[in-house]
Design a protein around this ligand. Sequence first.
Ligand SMILES: Cc1cc2nc3c(=O)[nH]c(=O)nc-3n(C[C@H](O)[C@H](O)[C@H](O)COP(=O)(O)OP(=O)(O)OC[C@H]3O[C@@H](n4cnc5c(N)ncnc54)[C@H](O)[C@@H]3O)c2cc1C
Length: 417
Amino acid sequence: MAPQNQRAIIIGGGIIGGVAAYFLHQKGWSVTIVEKDRFGYGASHGNCGLVVPGHVDPLNSPENLIKGIGWMLKKNAPLFIRLRTDAAWARWMLQFIRHCFGSHRQVSAAGRAALMTETISLYDTLIKTEGIDCHWDTPGTCHLFRSKKDFAAFRATNHFQAYVGYKVKPLIGAPLHDLLPTISPEVVGAWHDRQAALLRPDAFMRGLAGVLKNKGIEIVEQTEFIGFNREYGRAVAARTDQGVFAAEAFVVATGAWTAMLSDALGCRIPIQPGKGYSVTFRRPANSPTLPCFFEEQRVVLTPWSDSLRLGGTMEFSGFDDNLNPFRLATLFRALKQYLPLSIPDQIEEEWCGWRPITWDGLPIIDHLPDFENVVLAVGHNELGLTMAPATGQLVAEMTSQESLHIDPSFYQIDRLF
Ligand SMILES: Cc1cc2nc3c(=O)[nH]c(=O)nc-3n(C[C@H](O)[C@H](O)[C@H](O)COP(=O)(O)OP(=O)(O)OC[C@H]3O[C@@H](n4cnc5c(N)ncnc54)[C@H](O)[C@@H]3O)c2cc1C
């Protein structure tokens, strides 16, 4: 297919849709993004902003399963599951558990690594070429532990980091205190990951919107996709609550909401919304310059030049958009336990968003079975920011029917049927 002057519609204006638009435009497509709310205000807005290629190990593991069961019984745990009886949830849960065992974890790690290995250099090129002002930096990260057992067990991570070609290094005693002078004496050790970058996600999404608009890409907000008009196995137009958008090709990048579009897409997409919280505040004196993971609490601290963000928690409670004050307080409790800092009264933003969680830790990047010209790019789990550039390139190649730079078999939709 020669894309020159052909139109592609992208449904969903998060980071996956936005970056896919960028690469489709590079290949000569005329692109329109259709967004039900505002561009960049889904999960891509208030996340922790870390680009972490080493995080190839999926959430599916026997260790996480055991921890998860314990967490379900605790009030201030990082995981909350609202008990439900619907069949889709039960099937998703059973499949998640199944994928904690056997070779599934290795397959998932290999598929995640393929999308993450080059991500820092891809972001570097994109941000510098387009002059996006988003606090881009490559300081690495530190994983902090209060339990000796958990600290020792983290060594196993190196097995998975080998997929992206490097290892994390242990830090204890003086070198750790030199790196993080305000660290709590209760922290027994840390693992230092030098191959990690950070950006401010809301600033990146704002900058990306400007870049896309300058290139002539149309962003149509407050417009909800409802279904496709179909002719001979192909979609010819996207129907929305604001009218019909005709095109030669379509990309669905609707994040956690994709599961609600089964009828429109012609198949069930098993994605669960994994709700997370973040709180952003002015940067206190003595703040670290290195992003930190407070491991036992699964809370992340991201420092930018003028602000700090704490983010974390995983709630499986549907699309409940209540900002639970108890959960937000959990983030501050974790900070106190690992890296006590005096928090200013003024909070910039309290936020929640939904990670698109698949049962095997892998996204779905594939043509829809019922529509040969619709590519689905969803289910990027807890790492959509990290996986976005390679996903955008892959989507552009698939849509343009070019050879693919990554083996797409990991992301096929039929593994979920
Ligand atoms: C607390 C938290 C911290 C995180 N930290 C990190 C991190 O540090 N690093 C990292 O790599 N990842 C992180 N993530 C994960 C990351 O934010 C997500 O994986 C990523 O943002 C998903 O991007 P997306 O474009 O698929 O979804 P979204 O950003 O949610 O975008 C989907 C868009 O589709 C739109 N949409 C849905 N349905 C329709 C429809 N019918 N019609 C039109 N539009 C529609 C939505 O309104 C939305 O704007 C974090 C997530 C959370 C919650």
